[in-house]
Design a protein around this ligand. Structure first.
Ligand code: FDA
Length: 301
């Protein structure tokens, strides 16, 4: 890691919001649903599907959770009204899972019910290890009640994930597979990137083996390469899986996959709570800050 990247990664959590905002704006669609719908429409025109996400997590009051539930219902309605090719991603803690589990479940249930009414789909994002069991429990119950309208996320850095796949296996399995973004203890998660990658490939192989529809969520070209081999090995058609990438990350790889005819979905976050999300993104990839800085300096000349 270069000195610049090291410094950004170590200090980013203390950098003032407006400065982070400058560097992170490529990752966020804007602060309103209108902004997000505009970005989604443009991505649709480029051939990409979207999943919309209103930023906000680990909330502290039920009123906040109710606010986010209402926003999620509005997102689904907007996708329907504006005929966007997109679905919704939400975070269980945003629905109050750490405040009151039953309350959070009812919030998510109402959203998935609405998705079913509108013939759409809700992805329940996976947060840190304190949320894994409850999130999978929510997913199992909702999948039984609204088959085809809900999916969740598994993280290949977790030691438990291969076993979770066996536990979850059924003919309605819809999983986004990613490496995982939270800083977990070594007892729960692999700390070696090479092992996380190898586990990603094993998990994907197992998921395809069970007939799961998988959202392959990575920008790591090594994993994209391995995924393409597995797609071939399992003889999958183009509508039996999709790739997923974050807004603002590696648009070239996105285009390569689209040009090759793969389904690809872009995760489009928006909202006023953009700061923690942006800091995470910059901490994860400090070179983004360097690119923005170079662009800013060259604009000034
Ligand atoms: P890796 O981190 O090795 O990145 C590969 C290359 O891609 C990097 O070298 C860099 O160039 C670029 N890159 C990757 N991430 C970048 C970023 N943020 N900014 C700029 N460049 C970046 N995690 C989780 O725990 N729960 C979840 O629900 C989700 N949901 C989710 C949805 C979608 C659509 C995606 C793409 C990712 C997630 N993640 C997630 C995050 C995921 O777990 C992981 O942390 C990131 O995708 C980075 O891992 P990669 O597989 O891209 O590899």
């Amino acid at each position: 890691m270069s000195l610049f990247n090291f410094l950004v990664s170590k200090t980013i959590m203390h950098v003032p919001g407006p400065i982070v905002g400058y560097f992170a704006k490529g990752y966020i669609a804007g602060s309103t649903l209108d902004d997000a719908a505009g970005v989604a429409g443009r991505l649709n025109q480029q051939g990409a599907m979207v999943t919309l996400d209103i930023l906000g997590e680990f909330i502290t009051t039920k009123a906040q959770a109710t606010f986010f539930k209402e926003q999620c219902l509005k997102i689904l309605q907007t996708i329907h009204d504006e005929k966007l090719d997109g679905n919704l991603s939400l975070k269980p803690t945003q629905m109050g899972m750490l405040l009151d589990k039953e309350f959070a479940f009812e919030n998510i249930r109402e959203i998935v019910k609405k998705a079913k009414e509108l013939d759409n789909f809700v992805r329940i994002d996976m947060e840190d290890i304190s949320c894994t069991d409850d999130t999978l429990e929510f997913y199992r119950s909702l999948r039984a009640e609204f088959p085809g309208h809900v999916g969740t996320v598994l993280q290949s850095y977790l030691r438990r994930t291969l076993a979770d796949i066996d536990e979850l296996a059924n003919d309605q399995m819809n999983i986004r597979l990613c490496k995982g973004i939270y800083n977990e203890p070594r007892t729960a998660a692999f700390k070696d990137g090479a092992i996380t990658n190898r586990n990603f490939v094993e998990c994907l192989d197992k998921l395809f083996g069970y007939g799961a529809y998988v959202g392959i969520a990575t920008h790591d070209e090594k994993l994209v390469f391995e995924s393409l081999r597995l797609i071939e090995k399992h003889g999958l058609k183009k509508d039996q899986y999709e790739f997923q990438m974050l807004l603002g990350v590696d648009q070239q790889l996105r285009q390569i996959l689209l040009d090759d005819g793969h389904r690809l979905r872009v995760y489009v976050p928006y909202g006023k709570d953009w700061l923690p999300y942006s800091k995470r993104r910059l901490k994860e990839n400090p070179s983004i800050a360097r690119h923005a800085l170079v662009q800013m300096i060259s604009r000034e000349q």
